[in-house]
Design a protein around this ligand. Structure first.
Ligand SMILES: C[S@@+](CC[C@H](N)C(=O)[O-])C[C@H]1O[C@@H](n2cnc3c(N)ncnc32)[C@H](O)[C@@H]1O
Length: 330
C-alpha cells in the first residue's frame, strides 16, 4: 500500500464535496451541451448557459484538473469524461450526476448525523413525505431519477442478458423495473419471451413512450398490489432500497404470486468480503441515508430469501458489477 499523508487524506475527505458540487452545477447548467468540437472560453460558455464568466472559469478550471474538460490557454475543450455530461451522448451520465445534485439527495446528506444517531433514513427529516412520494410530486426530479437508473443499469443490462439463459421463460416480470431498460435487453436476448414491467404508475407512464413489443405494463405498489404471474421474477437494485422488514414483504409478495416452477432473480451488487474501497460500500451508505436500505452480503441474501420462502440456488457473476442470485420456491 503506498504511503499516505494523513493530513492530506483528512483534508481531501473533509472538503471532498467541493469538486463534486462543481460537477453538479456544470451538469445542471448544461455546460457540456453548449461546447462542441470548437474550444471555447469560459466567458463564451457562460454567455450560452447564463452563468457569470469569472465564476464559471474558476469552476471549470478546477474540474479540468480532474479530466473533466481540457484547458489550453484560456479555452476549454471536451475530454472523454466531459463528453459523458452531454445530454445527447449515447452513454450520457448527465441525469446520473443531476440525481446526486438534486435537492432530494443533497438535502438528505445535510441530515446524515441524524442517520448516524438513529439508523433512520436522513430523508425522514429532509423529505418527510418519503423519497418515492417526493419523486412523484416533483416530476422533473422524478424524470432525472428514472433516467439515472437507466444510466446506472446500462452496462449491467447487457451483461445480465448475456450471462443468464432467459430463453426457457415464457414470461419474465421485472418488478420495480423502472423504465424497463433491463427487461428490454432481456427481450432482445430472448426473442420468444414476453415481459411484464411492474412499477409505480407515474414511472410506467414514462416507460410507455419507449417502444417495446412483447412488454406489457402493470402499474402497482409492492406493498399492496398483486404481482403478475410469471416464470421468472427480476428484482434488480430493489431489495437494497429497503430495510429487512420491507425487503421481506416484497419477497413474500413475489412468493405469493410465483408459480411453483418460477425462478426469482435478485440482481444486486453483493457486499464484498474485501476490506478495500468498493462502490458497493459507498452505495451502502447511500441506501442507509436515503431509504434505510443496505447492500447485503451473500449470506445475508441467503437468510433473507429463506425467511421469505425461497431457496438460493446459485450466484452468477456477470461481467458488470452486478451478480444474479437465482432462487426457487422452497
Ligand atoms: C432503485 S430503482 C431500480 C430500477 C431498476 N430495477 C434498475 O435497476 O434500474 C427502484 C425502483 O422501484 C420502484 N418502486 C419504489 N417503490 C415502489 C413501490 N412501492 N411499488 C412499486 N415500485 C416501486 C421505483 O419507481 C424504481 O423504479
Amino acid at each position: 500500500m503506498p504511503e499516505v499523508n494523513p493530513f492530506a487524506t483528512v483534508r481531501q475527505l473533509a472538503a471532498g464535496y467541493i469538486v463534486p458540487r462543481c460537477l453538479h452545477v456544470i451538469a445542471n447548467l448544461g455546460v457540456a451541451d453548449v461546447l462542441d468540437e470548437t474550444p471555447r472560453t469560459a466567458a463564451e460558455l457562460a454567455e450560452s448557459v447564463g452563468a457569470h464568466p469569472d465564476a464559471l472559469w474558476r469552476i471549470l478550471r478546477v474540474l479540468s484538473t480532474y479530466g473533466l474538460f481540457a484547458l489550453q490557454g484560456d479555452q476549454f475543450s471536451h475530454t472523454p469524461a466531459s463528453r459523458l455530461l452531454r445530454s445527447d451522448h449515447p452513454q450520457s451520465m448527465r441525469s446520473f450526476v443531476r440525481m446526486f445534485a438534486s435537492p432530494l439527495y443533497w438535502n438528505a446528506y445535510g441530515e446524515l448525523e441524524y442517520t448516524a444517531q438513529t439508523e433512520r433514513p436522513a430523508t425522514d427529516k429532509s423529505t418527510p413525505n418519503g423519497f418515492w412520494n417526493y419523486l412523484e410530486s416533483h416530476p422533473d426530479e422524478g424524470t432525472i431519477f428514472d433516467e439515472a437508473m437507466v444510466t446506472k443499469s446500462r452496462a449491467a443490462a447487457a451483461a445480465i442478458a448475456s450471462s443468464y439463459d432467459f430463453s426457457g421463460f415464457e414470461v419474465v416480470g421485472d418488478i420495480g423495473g423502472g423504465l424497463g431498460q433491463v427487461l428490454r435487453a432481456i427481450m432482445n436476448a430472448s426473442p420468444n419471451s414476453k415481459g411484464v414491467l411492474f412499477d409505480l404508475a407515474h414511472v410506467l407512464e414514462k416507460a410507455k413512450y419507449i417502444p417495446s413489443e412483447r412488454i406489457t405494463f402493470q402499474a402497482g405498489d409492492f406493498f399492496s398490489d398483486t404481482f403478475p404471474t410469471c416464470d421468472a421474477y427480476l428484482l434488480m437494485d430493489v431489495i437494497h432500497d429497503w430495510g429487512d422488514e420491507a425487503a421481506m414483504a416484497i419477497l413474500k409478495a413475489v412468493r405469493r404470486a410465483a408459480p411453483a416452477h418460477a425462478k426469482l432473480l435478485v440482481i444486486e451488487l453483493v457486499f464484498p468480503d474485501d476490506p478495500g474501497p468498493d462502490w458497493a460500500k459507498v452505495l451502502d451508505v447511500n441506501m442507509l441515508a436515503l431509504f434505510g436500505g443496505r447492500q447485503r452480503t451473500l449470506s445475508e441474501y441467503r437468510a433473507l430469501l429463506e425467511s421469505a420462502g425461497f431457496s438460493l440456488q446459485r450466484k452468477i457473476d456477470t461481467r458488470a458489477e452486478h451478480s444474479i442470485l437465482e432462487a426457487v420456491v422452497a
